[in-house]
Design a protein around this ligand. Structure first.
Ligand SMILES: Cc1cc2nc3c(=O)[nH]c(=O)nc-3n(C[C@H](O)[C@H](O)[C@H](O)COP(=O)(O)O)c2cc1C
Length: 197
């Protein structure tokens, strides 16, 4: 199922075709393809090239998968548990010198976001869909996965190939068919001064 994306200008297919589904097929993502996805994340830019992102990849059928599903909000659990892979993404919160934390890295989450964006676009070019989720308990995830002191869980995401929306509970299936929406370019892009579209 492709979603209508009313772009105002021509952009890359991997960006316009990407969307966040809740229905995944049971097809697994090969290790080779997983490596490609995180390779794309790896080459994201970051402040001082600190690369503060870390990813715990949890494959369907493993105890790690069940553990990550267990810390999601119930509304996300309903559909994410059918994805072949779920991921916990963490970022390094403090700069470290000589093994000791020095000061907070204010751009860690920004950098992690860029890495996940790279991964999402790479995934779409491979017909793999990514659905990010902030709906999870960060404290429980930090504890369950023994995230080190100077790192924090930031986001989770489910990945896989598109499945049949009919397999979802009715309310979620309806959301699957909703058109994608964005603010108009004139509201977010200003010419030289604030609000000058
Ligand atoms: C940081 C972040 C957190 C999100 N959290 C959730 C979530 O907990 N549950 C969910 O169903 N979708 C979640 N989403 C998906 C967004 O709702 C979705 O990206 C947005 O509505 C735009 O839709 P699109 O990705 O299909 O273009 C999240 C997305 C991001 C980037």
């Amino acid at each position: 199922m492709s979603k209508h994306t009313p772009t105002e200008h021509d952009i890359l297919d991997a960006i316009s075709q990407r969307w966040s589904p809740r229905a995944f097929s049971d097809k697994a993502i090969s290790n080779n393809d997983l490596n490609k996805l995180f390779e794309a994340a790896r080459w994201a830019p970051s402040g001082f090239n600190l690369q503060p992102w870390r990813f715990i990849v949890c494959k369907q059928g493993t105890s790690a998968f069940d553990k990550l599903i267990g810390v999601l909000m119930e509304t996300n659990q309903t559909w994410a548990k059918t994805a072949p892979v779920v991921v916990l993404a963490a970022s390094q919160t403090t700069l470290v010198a000589e093994g000791k934390p020095t000061r907070p890295n204010g751009y860690a989450q920004y950098d992690l976001g860029q890495a996940v964006a790279n991964l999402s676009v790479q995934a779409m070019s491979m017909n793999i869909y990514v659905h990010q989720m902030a709906g999870f308990s960060k404290d429980k995830a930090d504890e369950a996965f023994a995230i080190p002191e100077n790192f924090n869980s930031v986001v989770t995401f489910a990945m896989g190939y598109l499945g049949d929306a009919g397999s979802l509970p009715e309310a979620l299936a309806e959301r699957e068919a909703l058109p994608r929406e964005r603010k108009p370019l004139s509201e977010i892009m200003f010419d030289g001064e604030w609000d000058n579209s």
